[in-house]
Design a protein around this ligand. Structure first.
Ligand code: ARG
Length: 586
């Protein structure tokens, strides 16, 4: 029947929009500016009075300064059950205090109808998230971790907001390195086609060996070059060898995705290859392509080097593939928002591709209009020494090893606390996994993604401070409060009424209701750390509530238990959006 809630900020903005139109009918282009209150005069504030003043002053207004403008805006807010009271403060801020019974009513509604009630409302229907995207024949290392988990979180937030997400794994499966690999396969295992299982075994070692051959033997190099041409020409034997090599990598990648609970649909570079000539022709017909030192290029305003789309040897490259993939996603897949996750090192590449697409008229000139594209860059993962993260004996840190280690350490910590005696082996294992993998993800997501972050097991597995362990424990504790009460939550949902009379109950209730706007901000600004901050604050709000409001044995018990349950539900949804498995007992 009724519409779901969505962001409080947006709901208040709708009320102020009405007031603005009524108060200043001629200022039709003024948009409501609503923000969370910084002081303690209210919950939200509208900041329009100050910027409106100079505009209307020149037009001979009867108002005497911004505070009077604020007063008028306040008076003209349409009646709403959301609002308890309003006031004007300082230079003209309109402060709004929300009605606690309205807040309580909405929490109750969410408990009965489910957390979907609080999903943000976005204006798009379909998005592509291009993430993880490792290169075939190379190992997934810690650098691929950030793309995989940040991308997965953004995809989850969009999915929760009812956007259809095409989760794209744009794997590097079409580079010139395949000539070398295929040629080496022929040379090293002449019977490769007859073997029931691939003879390659360790693909990393195979890659290294073939690279050595390639660097040191001129004849081999020549053969490798020809192999690329044959592969790209579609010669069956070469295609078959290529497919076999890709398959080995794919199996390795899948292990990591399974650990991380990440799903992806592979559409690698090779997928777009057949579409490249057609797309380049379109760009050429638009007059965008130019000759430059034997290559075909697109010049981009403000960047001194051009975007090379056909190399001087006639071959295609990373940029021709990305332009084609972009075209495909816009025209064939009808994506309204395309999000790319790589380290910041690729920023210029994407800037050039996007600008070329704007020149072609595929994308609107403004950055935030739709269809929209964003490159979500992130910093490096550093080791204790402040340098690129490596382990003592390997050049790169294998992602699987890292996850294993996190799990092992959290299992040890659980055993140290005697959990091996209380729990079954399976419970121990599942909890260790949830905590270990959750810790690795959360440590990464809680940082602003643009900064480098230092990988530190001790820090991320600490049960105090802003860590997954602390938050998972906090959730488990709430569950145990509910269990210990001996009450049936499903019954309470039907019979009890939430009231928020204590200031700490009200503060917790309001914070719960701000969930939607946090998710919305995290996904529209592409900053998962916003959601982590929300989650951490939620747990702090809960702690304050729990230490000042006794739950069990008080007249407010039923209402407070529902507040506990609502907190647990929202925490679980945050965990879900961050790709973390919740823990129910500890
Ligand atoms: N395979 C690339 C790399 O490892 C990342 C691909 C990102 N996606 C894209 N459409 N270019 O650097």
């Amino acid at each position: 029947d009724e519409e779901s809630l969505g962001s409080l900020k947006k709901k208040l903005a709708e009320l102020f929009e009405v007031s603005l139109r009524v108060t200043f009918p001629t200022e039709t282009d003024v948009e409501p500016l609503v923000a969370v209150c910084t002081g303690n005069f209210g919950d939200y504030q509208c900041n329009n009075a100050m910027s409106l003043w100079p505009r209307i002053k020149g037009k001979g207004t009867a108002f005497r300064g911004p505070p009077a403008v604020g007063q008028a805006l306040m008076k003209n807010i349409p009646p709403s059950e959301m609002i308890e009271s309003c006031s004007v403060a300082g230079p003209g801020f309109v402060n709004v205090k929300l009605s606690k019974s309205w807040v309580a009513k909405n929490i109750q509604k969410m408990l009965t109808r489910g957390i979907g009630e609080w999903a943000p409302k976005l204006r798009i229907k379909r998005a592509v998230v291009d993430f993880s995207s490792p290169n075939i024949a190379k190992e997934m290392h810690v650098g691929n971790l950030r793309s995989t988990i940040i991308g997965d979180t953004l995809a989850r937030m969009l999915e929760f907001s009812n956007v259809q997400v095409l989760r794209r794994n744009h794997v590097g499966d079409w580079g010139t390195q395949f000539g070398m690999l295929i040629e080496f396969l022929f040379e090293k295992f002449p019977d490769w086609e007859d073997a029931s299982e691939t003879p390659i075994g360790d693909l990393q070692a195979f890659y290294k060996e073939s690279k050595q051959r390639f660097d040191n033997d001129h004849d081999f190099l020549e053969r490798a070059r020809k192999a690329v041409v044959k592969l790209q020409g579609g010669e069956p034997k070469y295609r078959k060898a290529w497919a076999q090599i890709c398959d080995i990598s794919r199996k390795e990648f899948d292990k990591v995705y399974k650990c991380l609970g990440v799903t992806l649909e592979e559409k690698g570079e090779s997928f777009y290859n057949p579409f490249i000539p057609g797309v380049l022709e379109k760009l050429s017909n638009l007059g965008l392509m130019e000759e430059n030192q034997g290559a075909r290029v697109i010049f981009i305003e403000g960047i001194s080097i051009p975007l090379i789309v056909v190399k001087s040897d006639g071959g295609y490259n990373y940029a021709s593939t990305d332009l084609t993939a972009l075209w495909y996603r816009l025209n064939e897949e009808k994506a309204e928002w395309i999000i790319y996750l790589t380290d910041v090192g690729q920023s210029q590449h994407f800037e050039m591709v996007f600008k070329a697409a704007k020149r072609a008229g595929w994308l609107p000139p403004e950055n935030n209009s739709y269809p929209r594209v964003n490159h979500v860059g992130f910093g490096l993962v550093l080791g204790e020494d402040g340098k690129r993260f490596r382990t003592r004996n390997t050049e790169v840190v294998r992602l699987v090893d890292l996850l294993d280690e996190a799990k092992r350490r959290s299992k040890d910590a659980l055993i140290e606390r005697g959990k091996d005696k209380e729990w079954t082996e399976e419970e121990l294992e599942e909890t260790a996994k949830a905590i270990g993998y959750g810790a690795v993800k959360y440590a990464d997501l809680k940082n602003n993604r643009l900064t480098n972050y230092t990988f530190n097991f001790d820090q991320m597995l600490n049960d105090k401070g802003n860590t997954a362990v602390y938050l998972l424990y906090a959730h488990a504790r709430i569950c145990s409060i509910i269990r210990k009460s001996g009450k049936e939550i499903e019954e309470l949902k039907k019979t009890a009424v939430i009231s928020l009379d204590h200031p700490d109950e009200r503060a917790l209730g309001l914070h719960l209701l701000q969930f939607a706007e946090s998710v919305e901000e995290a996904c529209t600004n592409l900053l998962p750390n916003v959601l982590c901050e929300y989650l951490y604050n939620l747990s702090e709000n809960f702690t304050k509530f729990y230490s000042n409001c006794q739950v069990i044995g008080k007249p407010e018990e039923a209402s407070r238990l529902l507040l506990c349950e609502a907190t647990a539900v929202v925490m679980r949804q945050c965990f879900h959006l961050l790709g973390i498995e919740p823990v129910y007992k500890i």
